[in-house]
Design a protein around this ligand. Sequence first.
Ligand code: 3HC
Length: 284
Amino acid sequence: MAITRVGVVGCGLMGSGIVQVTAQAGFETVVIEANDELLKRGVGRIRQTLEGLTEKGKLDAKAKDAALARLSGAVGLEHLKACDLVVEAMTENQALKNETFAKLDTICPPHAILATNTSSCNVTAIAAATKRPAQVLGLHFFNPVPLMKLVEVARTILTDDAVVKTSTEWVRALGKVPVQTKDATAFIVNRLLVPYLLDAVRVYEGGLASLEDIDQAMKLGCGYPMGPFTLLDLVGLDTAMYVAEVMFEEFREPRYAPPALLKRMVLAGHLGRKTGRGFYTYGS
Ligand code: 3HC
């Protein structure tokens, strides 16, 4: 099956990145938000990024205009009725995702593939909420989407081989590198990354070293592109805590339990870059 028209549900941090790379890769892209204000903000962010790249000489003006011309935004899932593939990138909430996929199932054409960018929700439960479970799978992108090469292709025990193949080819057409994994909580990357990030918070809580020195140690000692606290601030402390809670619920292993400091920072609204303050402070 050929994918030509792609829908993205949600134009937040992850959704806007997915929309950007999809439109830049030549696909007609429709993005859906919950209301006009969120839509305007999300599409505005994509426009600003593309214009910034053009100003820096990294993207020619014609390619920028063509990407923007392929992109349209709307409020209401009914605008996805002509899509061959829909990628959902809403907040991590199992009930909301199940409900959204049940609606998408009634709106999208029978051949359409329905994918979720979830990092921690149960993809099998999402698939079971539709009447086309064989056409549902996880396509998990990484933050920041335009810069991160990887996409985890997560099949459930219900996903059809042909759907995995078409989705994997689409991921390659975006210029990304797919890896195959199963619908198991946290897939590959978060299964390994989250305990590392939680351990960083624990050793900091325990007074081993300063934030800056822990970050510097992991950057220069291991060659990681950023230290654990810079990365937690990028991912969002609320997102990291949510993923950890789901992993703890699933595996019941103490190493997945969110540390007290992380919980308190989330309660205090220190969520990372997006709120201007996390482990570090951003902006003026
Ligand atoms: N589109 C295209 N290009 C863009 C862009 C965009 N939206 N935004 C920035 N760029 C370009 C910039 O113009 C810049 O080019 P220039 O250097 O020539 O000006 C280039 O990309 C690189 O920008 P930076 O200087 O910011 O890049 P860095 O070299 O510092 O790398 C990084 C940034 C890629 C974020 C790197 O630090 C990194 O890999 N960090 C780790 C990120 C990570 O681990 N992410 C995964 C998080 S886990 C996750 O997402 C899972 C979830 O489920 C929780």
